[in-house]
Design a protein. Structure first.
Length: 386
């Protein structure tokens, strides 16, 4: 039989805003917080939610889940309940491409992707937010490709009741400055129209069978893109540059070259890209495999089209880049053929999200940029690139 005797224990206060009363005296009162129940391998969640009016038949249930006293809140003007705080915090943290999932549960609110795309987390602003105390936000790793509806973050106020000035400070921290984006957002990925030039005398002359083309095609198709053309080229700078021009004329908004990226005398692919007029060229990354990658951007106006016909075709092509005047060029070293995951997999989604990849972006990949070559590859659920 349940114990419904009066508990004479002295009332306690929580943050000066709540009073604790014995369960046996709570009938008819409003529950000021979620009462959590845990059943092993079965259930974890609120048995009774904030706002529930306690009934006599609830007393036994509350005692079974270990509740001998309940909090009844008397909020002061400068107090904020955990649920209300969670809503305010989530709104301040969210940018484009994310949304909240349902109502706060036990003071926590979940943030999900509202579209497929690339998760971006402003790590400095997130750290500043979490340094405040009494509030927190946990996220997935930045630069993770996510699907619509996927959970990407969770935030809450840590105490049951938190002072309003703390919440206001946390909101200002998340929104500080003339921000152009949220602390948490999901960028939309464009569907690329890729042109591919596979270089190397050994492939061009048929001495070995090409293995690059199907690998590149599969990676592009995973993002809903397509290959507009694939050319094979000898180790000839002018020949490679001409094939790239033809791919632009065919409507390519992303150029990919494979092979010829090392420092051997006959590896001329990167020189061909430079001769095409590409700018912001960055050769080399702090990633293994993929140290000899090249990233550049090609201006249509300056790409050196050799005749009016090609230029006319280009000008009338529907380019799908964020800035139609620029086409990204990715030079992938030979490791892309032998390893399932390389630097290409780390930077491709960022390029498709419209980011400009240069020396700082490639340098910061060094932390986490060592692939462990696991027997069973689990990427992207692994440390590589994180």
């Amino acid at each position: 039989m349940c114990d419904t005797r009066h508990d004479d224990h002295e009332e306690m206060n929580l943050a000066g805003a709540a009073r604790a009363i014995p369960v046996s005296e709570a009938v008819g009162m409003v529950l000021a917080h979620d009462a959590t129940e845990i059943r092993k391998d079965d259930f974890k969640g609120p048995a009774f939610r904030k706002g529930h009016v306690i009934r006599s038949e609830d007393i036994c249930h509350l005692q079974r889940i270990g509740k001998e006293r309940l909090f009844v809140l008397s909020l002061a003007p400068d107090d904020v309940h955990e649920d209300d705080a969670a809503v305010a915090l989530s709104r301040a943290l969210m940018g484009e491409g994310v949304a909240v999932k349902g109502e706060p549960r036990e003071g926590k609110i979940t943030i999900v992707a509202s579209r497929e795309g690339l998760l971006k987390v402003d790590q400095e602003r997130l750290k500043s937010f979490n340094m405040l105390g009494d509030v927190m936000c946990a996220t997935m790793h930045t630069n993770t490709v996510v699907s619509k509806g996927q959970e990407v973050a969770g935030t809450r106020a840590i105490p049951l009741v938190v002072k309003k000035d703390i919440i206001e400070k946390a909101v200002r921290s998340a929104e500080r400055g003339a921000r152009k984006s949220g602390v948490i957002e999901v960028k939309e990925l464009r569907k690329p129209r890729a042109g591919v030039v596979i270089t190397g005398n050994e492939v061009y002359h048929g001495r070995i069978k090409d293995a690059f083309a199907p690998i590149i095609a599969k990676k592009i198709e995973e993002y809903g893109g397509k290959i507009v053309g694939t050319y094979y080229a000898p180790d000839d700078e002018a020949f490679i540059a001409d094939r790239l021009r033809e791919l632009i004329a065919a409507g390519a908004d992303l150029l990919i070259t494979t092979g010829g990226m090392s420092v051997d005398p006959d590896d001329v692919t990167r020189f061909a890209i430079r001769s095409l007029g590409a700018t912001d060229l960055t050769y080399g990354s702090a990633v293994l495999p993929g140290a000899m990658v090249l990233v550049g951007y090609l201006s249509i106006a300056d790409c050196g089209m050799r005749n009016a016909e090609l230029r006319s075709k280009t000008e009338h092509s529907e380019l799908h880049t964020p800035n139609s005047a620029l086409i990204p060029i990715l030079g992938i070293p030979a490791c892309g053929m032998y390893h399932r995951t390389t630097v290409f997999d780390l930077i491709l989604p960022r390029v498709l999200a419209g980011e400009r990849i240069g020396r700082p972006e490639l340098a910061e990949l060094g932390h986490g940029g060592l692939c462990l070559h696991c027997t069973e590859c689990r990427w992207p659920v692994c440390p590589f690139g994180k």
